[in-house]
Design a protein around this ligand. Structure first.
Ligand code: ME8
Length: 493
């Protein structure tokens, strides 16, 4: 029996999104970025698992369903479907879409909570404080701006006083700080890391992790007290374990997560509360929490509460799915904030997509169409490709740099056309130049496939080639059957 070497595994997650209203461009951003990363790892031949889904319990959702006048179960089901449909239309290649109202999740949450309880890390107490339904979290007075939560200025805070169970978060302060010290890349990018470490150094308060059932009905029952439901964040974070069948399922081979990709407003939950929960339950830590920035519209954070949301699906109908995907990732480095503007999007279409990529493929195929000789020769253009550099950027999650490096190759190929002036060549010389150009286009179709999957497929169709894994990015014999089609992108006036 031949034993094949075990494939490297790669597990990436997005936050699970609240179903209190529709998916918007901010949610699409995180999901698209995760999709590009996972597609890159698939190209490398790794055994990947990509998880996304919806966060469906808690007061905020309960209230939204009441406002919509619908039974809560029906309400959450409808919106969860909208997220799923949006991700399908944006070409998101998720392996699992989890819903926190599923039985499999309830089972894992119960078992996880019991494990932490048995460890002695949960105790009964009472809580008094100001609660923000937008964040589903208590706020301290120092966090407020003009008496309101800065992230949800339109939602009035509520004074709450009630019996609750606490998780001994404070117990893990030292262990967390040691862990951050030993794993400098755990919280990325670095600027967020410093903020978190300083906050943990200031001291950790135990976390209220249940809500009385007479106030919050829509949740998973707390196993140790039937009068309480589990706090939505404590429950939601556990989804990352549910999907990989903790503690003993087959999919648990994917744990620990390689990347939890999140927006910067929830990095605290992921880099402090979640690791403390895992320490308590005796489960290995994820490898990286990467928090990205926010998209704003006219300088304001895009949010359901502010009502200034951009619909990613509508936008992709107006331009194309690939254009929206490309723009979001090329426009800002992962980790930075960005302001959404249609003008900037149009500039990217007309520049990089039409003038560089679209023009290259069209030019090459037009030349090949007229040529009757043999397309063969010596690899020359492959020296312009730095695959190691592109992969290095992808490993560091510098997607905009990876794209810029791919574009270097596209531009080098265009330059090769201009320098060799194939329209003046004939016979073997022309065959050689066309060989280099076709192999280059084929390689480009592989490299762009994680970012622009539809365009990659179109190029393959026109070249008559099949897309391959990353190890097919070497120049070999060109064996496609050309079928020139439409321009890949149209100029926007
Ligand atoms: O926080 N710019 O869900 P949520 C960029 N259910 N990204 C944005 C964005 C913006 N303007 N707005 C939202 C929750 N996002 C919890 C998560 S995880 C166990 C539980 C993205 O529906 C970003 O990824 O409020 C952010 O973290 C996430 O959507 C918040 O989605």
């Amino acid at each position: 029996m031949i034993i094949l070497p075990k494939k490297k595994k790669f597990y990436i997650t997005t936050p699970i999104y609240y179903v209190n209203s529709q998916p918007h461009l901010g949610h699409a951003y995180t999901t698209i970025v995760a999709d590009m990363i996972v597609r890159w790892h698939r190209l490398k031949g790794e055994d990947v698992f990509f998880l996304t889904g919806t966060d469906e319990h808690g007061e905020k959702i309960q209230k939204a369903a009441e406002q919509a006048g619908k039974p809560t179960g029906q309400f959450v089901g409808e919106i969860s479907e909208k997220f799923k449909a949006a991700w399908k239309s944006l070409n998101i290649s998720f392996d699992d879409f989890i819903r926190t109202t599923e039985k499999r999740h309830e089972k894992v949450v119960m078992e996880f909570t019991k494990t932490v309880y048995d460890k002695g890390d949960i105790y009964k107490g009472s809580y008094e404080g100001l609660y923000c339904y937008g964040c589903e979290n208590f706020k301290t007075t120092t966090e407020l701006v003009n008496g309101r939560c800065p992230d949800h200025p339109t939602i009035a805070l509520e004074q709450i006083s009630e019996g609750t169970y606490f998780f001994r978060l404070s117990k893990y302060q030292k262990k967390l700080l040691q862990f951050f010290e030993k794993n400098p890349e755990f919280i990325s990018p670095v600027n967020r890391r410093e903020e978190i470490i300083n906050r943990v150094k200031d001291g950790l308060k135990d976390l209220s992790i249940t809500r009385p059932k007479d106030r919050v009905k829509w949740g998973i029952e707390f196993p140790a007290d039937k009068g309480q439901v589990i706090y939505v964040w404590f429950e939601a974070l556990t989804n990352y374990l549910t999907a990989v069948e903790w503690p003993k399922g087959k999919k648990f081979k994917y744990w620990p997560a390689d990347v939890h990709l999140v927006g910067k407003e929830i990095v605290w939950f992921h880099s402090v509360i979640w690791p403390a929960m895992l320490f308590s339950a005796g489960i290995e830590q994820p490898k990286k929490i990467f928090s990205h920035g926010w998209w704003t519209v006219n300088g304001q954070k895009m949010s359901k509460t502010l009502g200034n949301v951009v619909d990613p699906v509508e936008f992709s109908k107006k331009y194309s799915v690939d254009i929206v995907r490309y723009f979001l990732v090329r426009e800002i480095p992962l980790g930075d904030d960005g302001d959404f503007s249609e003008k900037a999007l149009i500039n990217r279409i007309n520049g990089e997509l039409v003038a560089d990529l679209g023009n290259l493929v069209y030019r090459v195929l037009s030349l090949v169409e007229k040529f009757k000789g043999r397309i063969e020769g010596n690899p020359q253009l492959d020296k312009k490709l730095n695959l190691g550099k592109i992969d290095g950027y992808m490993e560091k999650l510098e997607l905009h740099n990876a794209l810029a490096e791919i574009w270097e190759f596209i531009r080098a190929t265009n330059k090769y056309v201009n320098e060799n002036e194939p329209w003046k060549l004939q016979g073997k010389d022309l065959g050689n130049v066309l060989y280099n150009l076709l192999e280059s286009c084929r390689v480009i179709s592989i490299l762009i496939s994680p970012f622009l999957p539809e365009t990659s497929e179109k190029i393959n169709k026109q070249l008559g080639t099949k897309t391959g894994a990353l190890n097919k990015c070497k120049f070999t014999k060109f064996s496609g059957k050309i079928k020139k089609g439409e321009y890949l992108f149209r100029k926007v006036e």
